[in-house]
Ligand binder design. Structure first.
Ligand code: OXD
Ligand code: MN
Length: 609
């Protein structure tokens, strides 16, 4: 297979010459290809086929213990001008980065196959869709990409047709693709035996925003290797979005239908490991389901949003699958995610049960008596350390999610009524409050933070400020990114209302003050009723909070006193919060939008008042 798309053909030839694979295979995305590659991975010992009866067509992989997460300290934004990269990214000169990487890529695929994967982020017919082509020497990447994105023949022919002028979906980037180069960086000498998870200790996840290219070296794991996700759909897309007046955000998208049958959509930004996938697929508690409340899912990680001709912000999910954190996921916490991975799924770094199924911490109350752990060793409940890596993942098709929204592949997206921000905060932050305006909401998002957990390595514990949960994913200067938020506010007639939430507040004894999970629907109910102007609220120095009378606690063991605790505003805590927010805002420097600085000054005045 090859292509009539000349620039693509030429690029693949160049990459072949550079990386010197033994052979080149164009991915067609077919079932046959999946069957062949998953079998190949089984034969090579990379995959273990799970019990066909319990988990049909599903596989377990174990990565190298040194290759288990995104590597933020090895992630680079290579903009021409260092000033465009900003203080929150690692910068490298683009020409110098290519000079540095070329010798590493040279011959990096020797002894391996180079797969060429045309992929499309977003529905193929969406004007916002982005086509990328990943070349990779990892068959694991190909099969994961097949779940996470539309790949192969239909994408290639769309690209060819666009370039030949046969079709035009008004796609920005019409006829072009984002080249994504990936190698695990482990060439094989003739006769050299392969390891089950080849990778390199040296890792570079490099982005070239001006030329819209991605070069990833040395890792085979997750966002480092499945380049459509964080690299393209967030870092590169955010730079395209900024230029063209739209937004690429680290947000889930969910649908919520009230008892009157009115359907609305909410998009929510939470840092990694704050239960975003759980919220995206939440099951309302019985009292609310009985009344007719329903929640559906469009996406669990990324939203692309644009000012639509109808005067609202529309959103699509550019992905086709879930790449979720396994530990903690269970039929209690997220039955829809559990059902999404019943078949045709890939598991990475979880435990293997004696009957050929998977298990991880939190899946059931009681651990199986014996497992093979994520490092391939025997494991019993008495063993030291968990059976699964804390950042172990499941890759599952979104189409298998029981609560998938009927509009999830609508190329025109869905209209968003509310944005939620939130993080994992044990104190200070109440369960929910609404911003006073779009600009105030942008300020709240700019200083949101979360207590650090396992999805990113090499971080100090404490509250990490994470603007709009985009800190590791903004492909350019954070100040310019915040300006894009302000600018969008001036372009959209009917803007989403903005809220901040915190499901994780604790009392002095370390007990959770809010049950979370399905009961978060109660918060969403208030959010929607506020967004549509159905209920009032109480003005406070941080924003508008619910009145107890408007908060639906029906059927929940949750008193007005409990409500007051989880909603408590402590001015001393807030004085401390504001001081630490400032440390982060100071880093942004001159590019901090004036509107954000003004909102901050106004908050300080209100806290004093
Ligand atoms: C993710 C992340 O994997 O945010 O989605 O780290
Ligand atoms: Mn994420």
């Amino acid at each position: 297979m090859s292509t009539t798309h000349e620039p693509l053909k030429q690029w693949v030839e160049e990459m072949t010459q550079l990386c010197q694979p033994d052979n080149v295979v164009w991915s067609d995305g077919s079932q046959n290809e999946w069957d062949t590659l998953t079998q190949l991975l089984c034969d090579k010992g990379v995959f273990t086929r799970l019990n066909e009866e319990k988990r049909p067509n599903s596989f377990l992989a174990r990565s190298a213990p040194s290759d288990v997460a995104r590597v933020e300290d090895r992630t680079y934004i290579c903009s021409e001008d260092e000033a465009d990269c900003g203080p929150t990214n690692n910068w490298y000169d683009p020409a110098a980065m290519k000079e540095l990487l070329k010798p590493k890529f040279k011959g990096s695929m020797k002894g391996r196959t180079m797969y060429v994967i045309p992929f499309c982020m977003g529905p193929l017919d969406s004007p916002l869709a982005k086509i990328g082509v990943e070349v990779t020497d990892s068959a694991y990447v190909v099969v994961n990409m097949r779940i996470m994105a539309k790949i192969g023949a239909p994408v290639l022919s769309r690209l060819e047709d666009e370039a030949a002028g046969k079709v035009d979906f008004g796609r920005d980037g019409h006829g072009t693709f984002v080249p994504c180069l990936h190698t695990v960086g482990a060439p094989l000498e003739p006769g050299q035996e392969d390891v089950s998870w080849p990778c390199n200790e040296d890792k570079y996840i490099s982005h070239f925003p001006e030329t819209q290219e991605i070069w990833s070296y040395g890792s085979g794991y997750g966002g480092n290797a499945l380049l459509g996700k964080k690299c393209l759909a967030l870092r590169i897309a955010s730079t395209i979005a900024k230029k063209n007046g739209w937004m690429a955000e680290h947000m889930l998208i969910l649908g919520i239908e009230n008892p009157e049958g009115e359907k609305r959509y909410i998009s929510a930004a939470f840092p990694s490991a704050c239960g975003k996938t759980n919220l995206a697929m939440l099951v309302p508690p019985k009292e609310l389901t009985d009344k007719g409340w329903k929640v559906t899912t469009i996406g669990d990680d990324i939203a692309w949003l644009w000012p639509h001709a109808d005067g609202t912000l529309h959103a699509i999910n550019p992905e086709c699958g879930w790449f979720g954190v396994a530990p903690g996921t269970s039929y209690e916490t997220n039955p829809n995610a559990m059902d999404s991975m019943l078949e045709n799924a890939i598991f990475t770094n979880v435990g293997l049960t004696d009957d050929g199924d998977v298990w991880w911490e939190g899946m059931t109350d009681e651990a199986p008596a014996h497992l093979i752990d994520w490092k391939g060793n025997d494991w019993t409940p008495e063993s030291e350390g968990p059976s699964s890596h804390p950042n172990a993942r499941f890759t599952a098709p979104a189409s298998q999610c029981p609560c998938i929204d009927p509009e999830w592949t609508n190329p025109d997206g869905v209209s968003i009524d509310a944005f939620l921000f939130g993080g994992r905060r044990e104190s200070t932050m109440p369960l929910v409050f609404q911003s006073k305006s779009w600009e105030h909401g942008a300020f709240i998002g700019s200083v949101m933070g979360s207590e650090v957990t396992a999805a990113a390595i090499g971080l100090k514990p404490g509250v990490r400020r994470d603007p709009m949960a985009m800190l590791p994913f903004i492909g350019y200067h954070v100040g310019d990114y915040l300006q894009n938020w302000i600018d969008i506010g001036n372009k959209v007639e009917k803007l989403p209302a903005i809220f901040n939430t915190n499901w994780f507040r604790k009392d002095a004894d370390g007990k959770w003050l809010w049950p979370g999970f399905g009961d978060n629907t109660r918060v969403l109910e208030w959010v929607l009723r506020r967004a549509t102007g159905e209920v009032g609220g109480k003005e406070t120095f941080i924003g508008t909070v619910p009145n107890w009378e408007d908060f639906n606690a029906e059927g929940l063991d949750f008193s007005e006193e409990d409500f007051n605790k989880v909603m408590d505003l402590d001015k001393e805590e807030w004085a401390e919060e504001i001081a630490t927010q400032q440390e982060f805002l100071d880093k942004i420097g001159d590019k901090l939008p004036a509107e954000i600085a003004q909102e901050r000054a106004a908050l300080i005045e209100r806290v004093k008042g």
